[in-house]
Design a protein around this ligand. Sequence first.
Ligand code: SF4
Length: 360
Amino acid sequence: MSASRLNLAELDLSELETALEARGCERFHARQLYRWVYRRGVVDFGKMTDLSKELRSRLAMEFDAVTPVVASDVTSIDGTRKFALELSDRRRIEAVFIPDTPAMTFCISTQVGCAMGCGFCLTGKMGLVRNLTAGESAGQVRVLAAATGMLDHPFNIVLMGMGEPLHNYANTMKALRILHSEHGLAVSPRRVTLSTVGIVPGLERLAHEPLMPNLAISLHATSEAQRSELVPPNRKYPLADILEACRRFPLKKRSRITFEYVMLDRVNDTPEDARRLARLLSGIRAKVNLIPLNPAPGIPYDRPSDARVDQFAQILADRHLTVSVRKSRGQDIRAACGQLIVEGGVKKSAAQQMALLMQS
Ligand code: SF4
């Protein structure tokens, strides 16, 4: 890759129009390029047959379209596919295709590793390696859509892979703008769910976004003390402030905020926790997604019994909350929630940990 070539995967449509114009090309070619790259999954300018030969060779001199490379693609017995994708600096991230939920869903990463350090999460053990660029975040969708034959079909995106999306705010939002372009994949923000631990300034910015995704808050505890233990950012952005920001959040008609609650056996799964959770959410248009922990080596918690999960869910339902229990997908390939990346000791480098996981 020539250092002087511009990576068009990092450009939204208007930036690409401007870049083309600055290089003496017509602006409208940006739409054609978006169609090739996003709708057809073609990044080789030589194959873009509705462009003149002269333009194709000129584009190849001036631009490239850097695309994450599939390093591995493992399918679970339930059809979930976990992809390890290698970035241009050889770092790896993971993205997961979850079929029939009932929609087709891509779970993508926004960072390499994560700085949030949640106590039940393997990714959190890595620490933050770096932010993904907008092109890398959007690139995961391009690659997965092509690999799964979904370029021409509607799909959902959940920002629930590695990383905290609001900790990489500008790049994440730009990725959503790129994916939204009607000349590309045309992903409606209604089909996107952003999951966050609740970075309050990020939530406030999000409330003013023109392309506002659905919001999911990773709650996981019902008292400040316990949440600060399980989700360390709570020390800076306490539960009370997050719920206040949720109350102010400008929800569209009929939409609700999802509250995710990883259930840890005899830690946060008591009937009292359930009653407290219902009280905390009163006055918020909420639904609750209970996620019985996927146990993993190095994670000091267990999965609660089905009876404890059912009792917890029933208490919420009795208080008129919509509640679902997440069926764990792809557990046999470690693609389930909180299981992306790292296995083995935390002293290993992120790359070593990734390599270990890839071999498992
Ligand atoms: S649960 Fe999410 S926010 Fe917490 S450490 Fe894991 S990836 Fe980061």
